[in-house]
Ligand binder design. Structure first.
Ligand code: ZN
Length: 279
C-alpha cells in the first residue's frame, strides 16, 4: 500500500513533468473508484494550467487557478508518465494529456483495486483544508513546527500506546506501520509505552527519528524514480534496510543481544527489540 514516502516520490517525479503545463485532454475510462469521480471533471480541467503539484498526507493536490484536483493512490494505485503512452490496460482508469514546454506528456493513473480517488474542490484553500478529508490530519512530518515540544504537548493525558497514537495520523501524518516500528526503534522507545508517559527528551528523539526514517524511505524511492512508478517496489527497497520490521526472531543488528519480537497492536504487527527499546 502506498505510504507517504511513495506519494512524495510520486510528487517529485511528476511535478517537473506537469507544473506549468496545460491540460489538453482528460480521458476518464472508469468513474467507479473509492468514490465516484465527479461528472464533468474532464471538461473542468481541459485547457487549464497546472500551477503546482503539492502533497498533503497521502493526497496529491493538483493546483489549478480555479480549484484543486485531489488524488489518492488507495491500496494499489500508481501514476506513470509517458511521452508516448502504450494502449491502455484494463486498470488504467485515467489519462491526463498535458502540453508542457518540453512537449506532450501523458500522465496515467492505474489502480487495479480501485480504492484510489480523484476528487475536485472548486472552493478556496480554507474550504479544502476544513473538508472531511483534511480536517483531522495531523501535522506534516517535515513541517518545521513538528518537533519534540509539539509531540509532547499533543500526547499529554493519552493512555493509548505510542505506536497506535502514531498510526492514527492525528498528531503527525505519514507514519504508517513500517515507519512507526522503525521510528520507535531508532528512538529507543518500547511501542507499548503509553503516549502520555513519554518525557520531553524522548519526544524530541522520536520526532527526529520519524523525520529521519521517512527521509530515508523517500530517498530509497527516489533512486528508482526513473522506472516510474510502481509504488510497491519502493517500500520493498526501504524494507531491506529495516532494523526491526519483518525481522521477527532475529538478533538485533544494533545491540547484537536482543531478539526482535513481533506483537500485534490493534490488529497491526509491531516489531521491536526488547533490549534497545524501553518503556
Ligand atoms: Zn537491539
Amino acid at each position: 500500500m502506498p505510504e507517504l514516502p511513495e506519494v512524495e516520490v510520486t510528487r517529485r517525479a511528476l511535478a517537473p513533468e506537469v507544473e506549468g503545463g496545460v491540460v489538453r485532454e482528460v480521458v476518464l475510462r472508469e468513474r467507479r473508484l473509492r468514490w465516484p469521480v465527479p461528472a464533468g471533471l474532464a471538461q473542468r480541467l481541459a485547457g487549464r494550467q497546472v500551477l503546482r503539484l503539492e502533497r498533503r498526507g497521502k493526497y496529491l493536490l493538483w493546483r489549478f487557478e480555479h480549484g484543486t484536483l485531489i488524488s489518492h493512490l488507495g491500496m494499489s494505485g500508481s501514476w506513470r508518465v509517458y511521452r508516448e503512452a502504450p494502449p491502455p490496460g484494463r486498470h488504467d482508469h485515467l489519462d491526463m494529456i498535458v502540453e508542457h514546454a518540453d512537449g506532450t506528456r501523458v500522465l496515467r493513473m492505474t489502480d487495479p483495486r480501485r480504492f484510489g480517488a480523484l476528487l475536485w474542490s472548486g472552493g478556496g484553500e480554507h474550504i479544502l483544508q476544513r473538508s472531511a478529508l483534511f480536517a483531522r490530519l495531523g501535522i506534516e512530518p517535515f513541517d518545521p513546527r513538528f518537533d519534540g515540544a509539539l509531540l509532547h504537548q499533543r500526547t499529554r493525558g493519552r493512555r493509548i500506546a505510542i505506536k497506535q497514537a502514531l498510526l492514527a495520523g492525528e498528531i503527525v501524518v505519514g507514519v504508517g506501520n513500517i515507519y512507526a516500528s522503525e521510528s520507535l526503534f531508532e528512538a529507543g522507545i518500547d511501542p507499548r509505552t503509553a503516549a502520555g508517559r513519554l518525557s520531553r527528551p524522548r519526544c524530541a528523539r522520536l520526532a527526529q527519528a520519524i523525520r529521519a526514517v521517512l527521509a530515508r524511505a523517500i530517498e530509497a524511492g527516489g533512486s528508482s524514480m526513473r522506472d516510474f512508478i510502481g509504488a510497491d517496489g519502493r517500500s520493498g527497497c526501504f524494507m531491506r534496510d529495516a532494523w526491526v520490521y519483518g525481522q521477527n526472531g532475529l538478533i538485533c543488528r544494533r545491540c547484537r543481544v536482543g531478539r526482535i519480537r513481533r506483537i500485534v497492536q490493534s490488529q497491526r504487527a509491531t516489531y521491536f527489540c526488547p533490549h534497545c527499546q524501553r518503556r
